[in-house]
Every structure is written in structure tokens, then in C-alpha cells.
Design a protein around this ligand. Structure first.
Ligand code: ATP
Ligand code: MG
Length: 292
């Protein structure tokens, strides 16, 4: 059975290919909570996430995979930090995927991410993912040279084939216990500019900035086209995408935390019950212990 893991959210990307990126808000709609209110609300959700993860681990049936994709400076790192801050470190893992290494290029493009998938009971986070293969690589098709594919179809066909492989893999995972949630942090071009300027102006943030970030920014329109296509081609009930407004960080974190919480709640997790025979013996074990 394929686990349908989507939750109700105004930011859920529809499954029928009708997502229009132009219309997706980058600023949170409605009233923005004060920083303090947002922090308090987040703390409450994080506490519940902690309990839900414990149960996920005890039940040992599902794994949760959170995929984060975004343009630079959208806030992937800080969102991951904020949302996962209360979770038992033994129960979650984060992997970042950057330019592939020589070893990674010696394999098919799903390999490096597949080997980092979370095991049952755990929450696995991908900071960038196999989606880079239809995003950055689509914007820079020259990167395909390094991938040394034996047969290279025309580009249009190649992206279609990649979407198909990704959908198939995700469906396979969903059928076998991995609950998939994909989050695109949708930052506006103006807000990215402001954050880059801050990274240049504030010495403590200089390390976060590189000239390459400007080169990618110049390709904004191509990236947006690639994102729109990728989200339409791969948002499905068992591997939904959410397009999260990212211009207001506290609200963005809250929105992401809510989606993760609602997804876990939707699994109706239960602590496992001991087999009948074992359960009956508990009183006996207790007596043994207390009577020592
Ligand atoms: P931050 O900038 O917040 O530290 P980041 O995820 O942007 O984090 P960088 O080292 O700046 O990390 O960038 C990683 C780069 O690697 C990104 O530009 C991304 O698009 C690129 N990348 C990821 N996967 C691939 C891939 N398969 N092929 C080519 N480039 C890739
Ligand atoms: Mg970067």
C-alpha cells in the first residue's frame, strides 16, 4: 500500500500539474505573528514533535523523510535547526548534498541520496536532494558532461525520464514505509537580495556569501521555471510538495513545523503493545523485582 502522507495546507502543491509558481506567495498571507508569539507557538510544536518522534521510533514501522529545496539564503539551514531542535539527536539525521564528488559521479544520480535515506523509526532530512538533478543541472545542462551518461537523450526527454525515475523511487519508498514530505522554501528575489547584502555588510555573516551565489541569482528566471516544472511533475499524495512562503522567517519555520507535525499526527502512531503472553507476565516480573 502506498502511504498517502499529505496534510491539508494552503501551501500544498496540487497533484494535477496546475501549480503556478507566479501565484505562490513568498510573503505569509494574513496577519504575521509577533516574533515572540511565533517563537512560543514553535516551541509548543517542537515539544509535540519530540513526543511524536519517540513514538515513531518505538513503533518502528515508518521513516520520515523531509526534503528541503530552495534558492540560496531562503533559510534552509535555520529552518532545519529550528524545527528539529527539540528532537532526540539519536532519532534524526541531516544530510546536505552539494556538487557531487568524483565517487558520486561514478554512480547513478540517485545513489548518493538513496544511501542516506532514514531507517524506520527515524527522521531523515535532506538539505538539497536528488531534485538538484532537475534543478541546478537543468539550469546548467553542461554539468551533465561530468555525469558520463552512456546514452544521452535530447534534453526535454532527459528531464522527463528523470522525473519518472524520481516519482518511481518515491512511490517505492512510500510503499515500503518511508513517509515523504518535500518543502520548497519560496523566497522572493528582493528578499534574497536583502539577505545577500546583509551577508556582505555583517562580518560575522561574510562566510555565508560567495560570488557563485550571484551567478546563480542571475539565472533566477531559469531556476523558477525548473522549480515550477519539478513541483508539478512530482507533487503526489504519497510525496507531496509544499511551497512555503519564505520571506518572513519566523512564520516560515512555524509553517514547516506545523506540516511536519500534522504529517506525523496523520500516521496515528501508537506505542507497540507487548504480546499477550508477555504482558501477562509483567505482574510476575514486577513481583520478582520488588521482592529481591
Ligand atoms: P549554504 O549556501 O546555505 O551554505 P548550500 O546548500 O547553498 O548552503 P553551497 O555549498 O553554497 O551549499 O552550494 C551547494 C551547491 O551545490 C548549490 O549551488 C547546489 O545547486 C549545488 N549542487 C547540488 N547538487 C548538485 C548536483 N547534483 N550537480 C551540480 N550541482 C549541485
Ligand atoms: Mg549556497
Amino acid at each position: 500500500m502506498t502511504i498517502e502522507s499529505y496534510t491539508k495546507s494552503p501551501f500544498l502543491v496540487p497533484f494535477d500539474g496546475s501549480f503556478e509558481l507566479e501565484k505562490a506567495p513568498t510573503a505569509p498571507p494574513g496577519k504575521v505573528p509577533t516574533k515572540k508569539k511565533a517563537k512560543e507557538a514553535l516551541a509548543e510544536i517542537v515539544e509535540e514533535l519530540h513526543d511524536l518522534q519517540r513514538c515513531l521510533y518505538a513503533q518502528d514501522r515508518f521513516a520520515l523523510l523531509l526534503v528541503f529545496q530552495a534558492m540560496d539564503a531562503a533559510g534552509k539551514d535555520s529552518t532545519i535547526r529550528a524545527v528539529m531542535s527539540g528532537i532526540n539527536p539519536a532519532g534524526c539525521q541531516v544530510f546536505s548534498f552539494k556538487q557531487p564528488s568524483a565517487t558520486e559521479l561514478d554512480h547513478d544520480y540517485l545513489w548518493r541520496t538513496y544511501r542516506c535515506l532514514p531507517e524506520r523509526g527515524r527522521i531523515g532530512i535532506f538539505n538539497r536532494s536528488y531534485y538538484e538533478e532537475v534543478l541546478v543541472v537543468r539550469v546548467h545542462p553542461e554539468y551533465l558532461e561530468g555525469q558520463r551518461l552512456p546514452h544521452r537523450p535530447k534534453l526535454g526527454k532527459l528531464w522527463k525520464e528523470r522525473y519518472e525515475s524520481i516519482r518511481d523511487m518515491e512511490k517505492h519508498l512510500a510503499r515500503n514505509g518511508t513517509v515523504i514530505v518535500k518543502l520548497w522554501l519560496n523566497v522572493s528575489r528582493d528578499e534574497q537580495k536583502a539577505r545577500f547584502v546583509a551577508r556582505i555588510d555583517e562580518p560575522d555573516k561574510n562566510w555565508k556569501f560567495s560570488g557563485g551565489d550571484l551567478r546563480e541569482r542571475a539565472l533566477w528566471t531559469s531556476y523558477m521555471a525548473a522549480y515550477e516544472d519539478a513541483l508539478n511533475e512530482s507533487s503526489r499524495p504519497w510525496a507531496p510538495w509544499y511551497a512555503i512562503p519564505a520571506d518572513h522567517k519566523p512564520t516560515m519555520r512555524l509553517t514547516v513545523a506545523r506540516i511536519v507535525r500534522d504529517t506525523l499526527r496523520g500516521l496515528k502512531l501508537r506505542y507497540p503493545e507487548l504480546p499477550k503472553g508477555e504482558k501477562a507476565k509483567l505482574a510476575e516480573y514486577r513481583e520478582q523485582l520488588t521482592g529481591e
